[in-house]
Ligand binder design. Structure first.
Ligand code: OSB
Ligand code: MG
Length: 321
């Protein structure tokens, strides 16, 4: 006997969370909960403003229609909106027992560039010391100096950087000029340095700083290829689609010798714990990019280990069906 429910939720964000030049005051999303006799599964559907192609309203209509069809016995063809396909496929995988329970709760520490703050965070990080810093928000010279300082101060640090396509070739070169050549190999990768993929490829060739594709994976003309200087791909399942599509991208990247990194789209704690399971399952040798829970003021339904944030139960959520 099948049953399905869709819940809408809203979580206040910490002050100062800005995405694509827009302040994110709340994170809004949906959960889908499926039951089939004794089996059950949950999934999160939280399109990210400024990144997802679908709106929350479009996602809501799609998942509610799908849930009503599934409840009535439909085979359950996915709607084709990335966040909806991802959430539904996770719920189905949990229901069928095909999403492993083991999780990788390590996370590349998101840092602002404050060396004292990062030093304290890395001191309690087990295993390899990996952090991520956004660049491109301030002057490129400053970003280069800060990156160089962190790498010089912490010899075991591997630093992920992310410019979200902010730089012109000139700005990118100004950044690189302030990173000592002997530290550049500890930049694990720099996500999307320039406005175009060609400029980013040229930056990698000219500076020896490895780059990663993130936003580029969602360009219509993107194909997985081995390219000089492109070390990794950052896969955000909420922006990608079904678990099966995510698996295909991880396989394509890995076969080409690239690192696949499972990354957050600022999901709730329920979504982040599922991403931690997906990372342990599909990318067991790579620390995922999941250090975004602290951007929000509460957890939902499932806790992230050791998070002090209050966790709201299902009863606090708004059922839509
Ligand atoms: O990848 C991570 O480590 C954290 C997630 C992250 O950086 C991110 C979160 C929301 C939107 C875009 C990005 C990004 O990687 O560009
Ligand atoms: Mg990125």
């Amino acid at each position: 006997m099948r049953s399905a429910q869709v819940y809408r939720w809203q979580i206040p964000m910490d002050a100062g969370v800005v995405l694509r030049d827009r302040r994110l005051k709340t994170r809004d999303g949906l959960f889908i909960h499926l039951r089939d006799d004794a089996q059950e599964g949950w999934g999160e559907i939280s399109p990210l403003p400024g990144f997802s192609v679908e709106s929350l309203e479009e996602a809501t209509a799609a998942v509610c229609a799908w849930a009503q069809g599934w409840r009535a016995g439909d085979c359950g063809v996915l709607p084709g909106l990335p966040s909806v396909d991802f959430g539904i496929s996770c719920a189905l995988a949990e229901l069928r027992g095909t999403l492993p329970a083991a999780a990788d709760y390590r996370a590349a520490t998101l840092c602002t560039g404050d060396p004292d703050e990062l030093f304290a965070a890395l001191a309690v990080m087990p295993g390899e010391k990996v952090a991520k810093m956004k660049v491109g928000l301030y002057e490129a010279v400053r970003d280069g100096m800060v990156a160089n300082l962190l790498l010089e101060a912490m010899p075991d640090l591997r630093l992920r950087l992310d410019a979200n396509r902010a730089w012109t070739p000139l700005k990118a070169q100004q950044f690189a000029k302030y990173v000592e050549p002997q530290y550049r190999d500890r930049i694990a990768f720099l996500e999307e340095p320039c406005k175009t993929r060609d400029d980013s490829r040229a930056f990698a060739r000219e500076t020896g700083i490895a780059i990663a594709w993130d936003e580029s994976l969602r360009d219509a003309d993107f194909t997985f290829e081995r390219e000089e200087g492109v070390r990794a791909v950052v896969i955000k399942p909420t922006l990608t689609g079904s678990l099966e599509k995510v698996q295909g991208q991880v396989k394509a990247a890995t076969q080409l010798g690239m690192t696949a990194v499972i990354s957050s789209s600022i999901e709730s704690s329920l979504g982040l714990t599922q991403l931690a399971r997906i990372a342990a399952w599909l990318t067991p040798d790579t620390i995922p990019g999941l250090d975004t829970l602290n951007l929000m003021q509460a957890q939902l339904v499932r806790r992230w280990p050791d998070s002090p944030l209050p966790c709201h139960s299902v009863e606090m959520l708004e059922p839509l069906l």
